[in-house]
Ligand binder design. Structure first.
Ligand SMILES: Cc1cc2nc3c(=O)[nH]c(=O)nc-3n(C[C@H](O)[C@H](O)[C@H](O)COP(=O)(O)O)c2cc1C
Length: 301
């Protein structure tokens, strides 16, 4: 099931979500070998950052809550990773974040020199210029960061959106206007909180965290549906996708590619192969091909 995406041929529509398996080339290569068409790196920031203390990830059974806090070695301290990734045999998205428009620009420009196939900007993290606000909740701040990054990179730009936006379609449209080549939706939902009733304390060290996995799938489906209505650029749909039928559902909402993160925990690293096969089986049973079902849920009933 080969797919064309922004000028590259992918072996299938499966994408590894950012942040789930880090930036080690051997691990990312294993993901590719296990059926993933396009691999996303963990978000890279401007400065070295430890992230939040443990416990930072909790499995709730129907999904996870995490507050890893964007740990990053910092963009200037990744020469070993880039050296290894130079000779990779798989398509790669490098994910970047910053605390200001200028920081996004600096990190993206540097990362662009390392020649990933695509750059994704994670605009779902706090913006220190605006006291903890998230860039991606606001169409204007999203537009500002996308147009700034677009000026300094030489590879196609994907923008990763947050479901916290009041109108995610409006944000996606602002990103498209600013030059984004694709949208990735969604990042984690929340923040949420889990309290241990025996100790009477929040369980996460950071207290609050983002939700992922099966419990957020309906939010992801609605967001992708809204984004598809608002833009003409391709969408990577993710959020709780665990089975082939989940993948078909998010494609019908409007996704061209399907991201997987938390489901690695539930179905193993070969979840990509499994989901791709389940999708193919479903399509064959229904005598359909992938192109026919992208955005199928939008037809007038
Ligand atoms: C432990 C963990 C770390 C994550 N780190 C990042 C990150 O660095 N950058 C990013 O854009 N998204 C990050 N995410 C969000 C995922 O890429 C994905 O958008 C989200 O988990 C929803 O997909 P899922 O339900 O398939 O996991 C992280 C998620 C988890 C669970």
């Amino acid at each position: 099931m080969t797919i064309q995406f922004l000028g590259k041929t992918l072996k299938n529509p499966m994408v590894l979500a950012s942040g789930i398996l880090g930036n080690n080339c051997d691990i990312l290569e294993r993901v590719h070998e296990n059926g993933c068409g396009l691999v996303t790196m963990k978000s890279i920031g401007p400065e070295p950052r430890d992230g939040h203390k443990n416990p930072s990830v909790i499995d709730l059974g129907h999904g996870m809550i995490n507050a890893v806090g964007l740990p990053s070695p910092g963009v200037l301290n990744m020469e070993n990773e880039w050296d290894d990734l130079k000779n990779r045999n798989f398509p790669l998205i490098a994910s970047v974040y910053g605390g200001s428009v200028r920081e996004y620009q600096i990190v993206a420009e540097f990362v662009s020199l390392k020649k990933p196939d695509f750059i994704e900007i994670n605009i779902s993290c706090p913006n220190s210029e605006k006291h903890g606000m998230i860039f991606g909740v606001n169409p204007q701040s999203s537009h500002d960061v996308v147009s700034a990054v677009k000026k300094v990179i030489k590879v196609p730009l994907i923008v990763k959106l947050t479901p916290q936006a009041l109108d995610i379609g409006e944000v996606a449209s602002a990103c498209e206007d600013a030059g984004a080549n694709a949208i990735c939706a969604i990042n984690t939902v929340g923040p949420g909180m889990v309290i241990d009733i025996e100790s009477k304390m929040p369980v996460l060290a950071f207290k609050r965290g983002g939700l992922s996995g099966p419990m957020i799938k309906p939010v992801a489906i609605r967001c992708v549906f809204d984004v598809y209505k608002a833009v003409n650029i391709p969408i990577i749909g993710l959020g709780g996708i665990t089975t082939g039928k989940d993948a078909i559902e998010i494609i019908m909402a409007g996704a061209s590619l399907v991201g997987i993160g938390s489901a690695i925990r539930y179905r193993g690293i070969d979840v990509f192969k499994k989901v791709a096969l389940e999708m193919e089986t479903w399509l064959k049973d229904h005598d359909l091909c992938m192109e026919e079902i992208i955005g199928a849920a939008h037809r007038e009933g």
